[in-house]
Design a protein around this ligand. Structure first.
Ligand code: SF4
Length: 324
């Protein structure tokens, strides 16, 4: 019998679930415990099919809009807003309809919401650095107070080019905020352009890219150059996953986004070292399952490469801490 080939597997650390995702999933679980099923969730609670399907089996129904909740359940069943955050108009609509709404928005996304509110109140025109169709961007833009007959004082900046050609629409001072899950490097390039063109532009006191995004990107930067192939466990609609993939593609010979160990790419003889990471919305079980799949065909040596420890925990919303 032929011996299976040796394979070194480097595990990026930290990887996988962040505190905001842990909290969002726990909010859904606790809501199910407290109220029974069905529980409605507006939008995927986090961008991961495994997490979504697991919750669906427990009685969670995912909807795109509040109107998609059947009439008979609109006032009787809970609805949860996803970790990405929602526009004020949607929370208001839930209030007006007297829905039992529970907000699973990550506190670090809420921090950006408060910054946008404050900048509008203080008379700034805001540049939001982010990706157009991401729900977090829609939620952040939706924090602005709408004034009849006036355009909201916000411009989306997606690329360095956008920053280079932006023209302020009026005399208002400028400020910028960012989506929490962007590439650190691309965002630095964009903010450098803005600061050079508009030296008095106001920036958030602390950067908006969250600790989890930064740590996962830095962990990939550490191991990717040593790898013949990097596997990023995540999803195409997850900003976090796609940024990790871009870094891995730039720094290792080959990089692939996979949903789990059942979707492994071909691993040819030349590949001696594989790096694995998981996005902030991908649970550790998918990493372990990927390792098990590799072990079926290779003699795997595992090495965890921690760059930092994370100890962030967010409080649960008060309505889930109260007794019934
Ligand atoms: S990636 Fe960051 S902002 Fe998004 S849920 Fe996790 S901790 Fe919150």
């Amino acid at each position: 019998m032929r011996e299976s080939p040796a394979l070194k597997v480097l595990l990026a650390s930290p990887r996988g679930f962040c505190a905001g995702v842990e909290r969002a999933v726990e909010i859904v679980e606790k809501t199910l415990e407290k109220h029974g099923k069905p529980v409605y969730v507006r939008h995927q609670i986090v961008h991961n099919a495994y997490v979504v399907e697991k919750l669906q089996k427990k009685g969670v129904v995912f909807v795109d809009e509040l109107e998609d909740i059947p009439e008979k359940h609109q006032k009787t069943r809970p609805v949860i807003f996803s970790a990405h955050g929602v526009a004020k108009g949607i929370t208001q609509k839930a209030k007006d309809k007297k829905m039992l709404a529970i907000n699973a928005t990550c506190p670090l996304v809420e921090k950006v919401h408060r910054e946008v509110e404050r900048f509008q109140k203080d008379g700034y025109h805001i540049l939001l650095i982010g990706h157009k169709y991401h729900p977090e961007v829609a939620g952040t833009m939706g924090q602005l107070v709408q004034i009849a007959g006036q355009k909201p004082p916000i411009t989306l900046v997606e690329t360095k080019k956008d920053a280079e050609i932006f023209t302020p629409p009026d005399e208002r001072p400028l400020a910028y905020v960012t989506q929490t899950t962007l590439s650190l490097d691309d965002t630095n390039e964009i903010t450098e352009v803005l600061k050079k063109r508009f030296p008095s532009i106001n920036a958030p006191k602390k950067g908006d890219i969250c600790y989890a995004t930064a740590n996962r990107q830095n962990a990939v930067k550490t191991i990717a150059p040593q790898c013949d192939m990097m596997l990023v466990i995540g999803a195409k609609n997850s900003s976090n996953s796609m940024r990790l993939l871009e870094i891995a593609q730039n720094l290792s010979k080959k990089a692939e986004l996979i949903t789990d160990g059942d979707n492994l790419p071909k691993i040819d003889k030349k590949i001696k070292t594989i790096g694995i990471t998981a996005s902030a919305s991908a649970p550790e079980i998918l990493v372990q399952q990927t390792i098990k799949t590799l072990q079926k065909t290779h003699q795997v040596t595992l090495q965890d490469i921690p760059i930092t420890k994370e100890a962030v925990v967010f409080k649960m919303p008060k309505e889930l801490n109260q007794k019934r």
